[in-house]
Design a protein around this ligand. Structure first.
Ligand code: NAP
Length: 517
């Protein structure tokens, strides 16, 4: 196992200049960002005060006034050039993601792939989604009706630490394409990635001031963002999402929340077991399980229980854990001490209540301060935290079930409804439709639905409000405005109410029209 945590010379260079992009007057102190691989300091950034957030909104609002009049082809050109820059700098971006989060290079690569494909999709399909639409008018031929998409104004985008490059891009770029300004507050543990996104967007031709990045904790500057935004896009925990949604409701502004999950994976009796075991491994331990759509519960049909359990555990035993910027690690570190404590607590609680640990279950300080082994539990009971609460780490529970119906019943027995997976040769579609989750992957863990950018993605129940991706993920950053132009005959008018001939004519008209609505 390797244990290198040195940044490449290129990464040091990129990080060094990013402090100039923070929206700050420099009066709010300094934020220290840690390298999870070894717990040492990656860098420092000046923090943003509440007044700095206000100033950031003022600048973004002024820039948005010009941007909203910028032709769509100019906007898409920025996106395309940004994609080119991401590909040109992919190696140093991978370094930066890894250094800021401690994740493996494979997991970091998923962020690069996601950004390139999502941004390309937006540049190609976004204009059609946002285009003006004609609708049948109140009176055919006599009423010309158009639906116009008006940007919200300045959108607040609040992102977590687990996908620090992907999430600011995923949520800010559709808002920008739709003609908005954006103030982005990345998690205070991972602001460098968001600042590097801004850096590359400016190089790609994004107007100065249109996208502002503020640095600081949610407690310190979160309310300042929410109080000035025209719409909030939030990704993070359900608890924080509920607090922010309440603040948005007070202001009567829109809120979209991509929140937590306790995602089930079902292995049906007719599954290809080797493929299911390999797919489940990725679904559970990608990004060290710190992935909102990662699998935390696996329901296995009793007919294939022994076979699946053996195949899955064999693969878990072979996993390579390592710190460092190489491609050799299957799994990296957790992000922080508090994340390590949360994961350790779920396993300790389960142990105290009689769980069987089939694999892992321990921190690995020999690899780095926040490493935790890929862990497989069984005999998990409802009284254990791991049964119902989101662990958000590399811990999965295996449950043996007697039938597909029982698997569905247990999979749905949760307040969450983010993502689900079904492994089956013939029954995947049927079972998928019974699952209460915003995305369901058949013979894949999460990548099939996440990567289907033309389709919406988001949570049911306590896992979210609204959707990202698809048309909904772009249109939510706009207000629909309907403009109808009336010609020749007026529809309303007091003097006409008294006009018996007009009333007779309209009465005949609605008798015909009702068949063509
Ligand atoms: P979190 O505590 O809710 O934090 C997320 C973001 O919200 C951070 O930027 C945080 O800032 C900020 N924040 C915290 N309190 C705030 C407040 N009162 N007002 C405004 N902003 C506030 O989330 P986390 O626990 O770090 O992240 C993991 C969670 O995110 C998991 O539950 C995971 O499932 C979920 N997640 C969901 C998706 C999805 O697409 N559904 C994707 C990724 C993660 P600071 O941390 O800087 O204080």
């Amino acid at each position: 196992m390797t244990a290198t945590t040195q940044a490449s010379a290129q990464s040091d260079l990129v990080i060094a200049g990013l402090d100039r992009l923070v929206a700050t007057s420099g009066s709010a102190g300094v934020s220290t960002i840690i390298k999870p691989f070894d717990g040492t300091v990656l860098g420092e950034l000046p923090k943003s005060s509440v007044a700095d957030v206000e100033a950031a909104f003022t600048r973004a609002r002024a820039a948005q006034q010009h941007w909203v009049r910028t032709p769509m082809r100019t906007r898409t050109r920025v996106l395309t050039q940004f994609t080119d820059l991401v590909l040109k700098h992919d190696s140093e971006l991978l370094d930066l993601i890894q250094l800021e989060t401690g994740k493996s290079r494979h997991s970091a690569f998923e962020e690069i792939a996601d950004i390139v494909l999502w941004t390309s999709h937006l540049a190609q399909r976004g204009p059609a989604v946002l285009a003006e639409r004609r609708h049948r008018g109140a009176l055919p031929l006599l009423t010309q009706t158009r639906e116009v998409r008006v940007p919200k104004g300045v959108v607040g985008v609040i992102t977590p630490w687990n996908y620090p490059l992907t999430l600011p891009v995923t949520d800010s770029l559709p808002a920008l394409l739709a003609g908005n300004g954006v103030v982005c507050k990345p998690d205070s543990q991972t602001p460098f990635c968001a600042l590097r996104v801004l850096d590359l967007l400016l190089q790609a031709g994004l107007p100065r001031d249109l996208l502002q990045v503020v640095v600081g904790s949610g407690r310190e500057i979160g309310s300042a963002v929410i109080n000035r935004a025209d719409y909030i896009m939030f990704t993070g925990s359900t608890a924080t999402g509920r607090t922010i949604a309440t603040q948005c409701a007070q202001r009567l502004i829109g809120f979209s929340g991509e929140l937590g999950g306790k995602n089930p994976l079902l292995v049906l009796a007719d599954a290809d077991i080797e493929r299911a075991a390999a797919g489940a491994l990725h679904a559970c331990f990608s990004n060290s399980g710190q992935l909102c759509i990662a699998t935390e519960r696996i329901y296995v049909h009793q007919a294939v229980w022994d076979e699946f359990k053996a195949a899955f555990l064999d693969r878990v035993a072979e996993m390579q854990l390592a710190a460092g910027l190489g491609w050799d690690a299957d799994m990296g570190s957790l992000i922080s001490q508090s994340q390590l404590e949360a994961v350790t607590e779920h396993v300790a609680d389960a142990r105290a209540k009689g769980v069987t640990v089939l694999a892992g279950g321990r921190p690995r300080p020999d690899l780095g301060p926040y490493f935790f082994e890929p862990t497989v539990l069984t005999d998990v009971t409802p009284g254990m935290k791991a049964y119902r609460e989101e662990t958000f780490g590399p811990v999965v529970s295996l449950y043996r079930v007697a039938s597909d119906d029982k698997a569905v019943e247990l999979a749905n027995d949760t307040d969450y409804g983010l993502n689900a997976a079904v492994w089956s040769r013939r029954n995947g579609e049927r079972v998928a439709r019974q699952l209460q989750a915003g995305t369901v992957n058949i013979n894949e863990g999460y990548a099939a639905t996440w990567g289907s950018f033309r389709a919406p993605m988001g949570g049911m129940k306590q896992s979210g409000l609204g959707r990202r991706h698809g048309a909904e993920g772009v249109l939510k950053y706009t207000e629909a405005q309907t403009i109808a132009r009336q010609r020749v005959v007026r529809i309303g008018g007091f003097e006409q109410v008294a006009n018996r001939r007009w009333a007779t004519l309209m009465s005949a008209g609605i008798r015909v029209l009702r068949h063509f609505m």
